[in-house]
Design a protein around this ligand. Structure first.
Ligand SMILES: Nc1nc2c([nH]c(=O)n2[C@H]2C[C@H](O)[C@@H](COP(=O)(O)OP(=O)(O)OP(=O)(O)O)O2)c(=O)[nH]1
Length: 143
């Protein structure tokens, strides 16, 4: 069985989290995810995240806190995925690989058909958003 090690960016801003819909391919076709992808040889998790977000969204991010590592067995591969809380630092998001995207608040996250591996991360993202309150002003120029 193929093992895939990936990273995922939980990008939060203004009490919302960035959610993206995968292309119509494979086992995760059209399901929603946090953008990211496979770690390449020699990359740190942060480097992989920054590269993937640049490639997929044409945006710069800062990688902040580690959220969790999830493992999930799909039919054709085993996924190990490391999720990090991130912040946008530059760029307007341009979808280069995803079908659609949404910035959702905590109470909206359950409305999407998520890739099954993501469900524990979604639950944690919800807690983080709820804890901070939806009025949080954490615009991209702060810090
Ligand atoms: N990026 C990302 N991948 C996820 C998530 N949840 C989930 O099950 N996956 C799966 C789908 C992919 O098969 C795998 C690795 O992600 P990927 O985006 O590099 O996958 P891919 O096969 O499209 O990559 P590529 O080699 O075609 O560029 O992880 C998620 O939240 N983010």
């Amino acid at each position: 069985m193929k093992n895939i090690e990936a990273v995922a960016a939980v990008i939060m801003q203004g009490g919302r989290v960035f959610c993206a819909q995968r292309k119509d391919e494979g086992e995760t076709a059209r399901l929603w995810e946090f953008p990211g992808g496979k770690i390449e040889a020699g990359e740190t998790h942060s480097q992989a995240l920054e590269r993937e977000i640049r490639e997929e969204l044409e945006a710069g991010i800062s990688v902040e806190d580690f959220i969790m590592t999830v493992s999930y067995q799909y039919v054709h591969f085993n996924l190990t995925m490391h999720a990090y809380r991130c912040r946008l630092t530059s760029g307007e998001i341009v979808l280069r690989e995803h079908l659609e995207s949404r910035w959702l608040a905590a109470d909206e996250l359950d409305s999407l058909p998520w890739a099954p591996a993501d469900l524990p991360i979604v639950a944690r993202a919800k807690e983080l958003l709820e804890r901070e309150g939806s009025s949080a002003d954490d615009g991209i120029v702060t810090r």
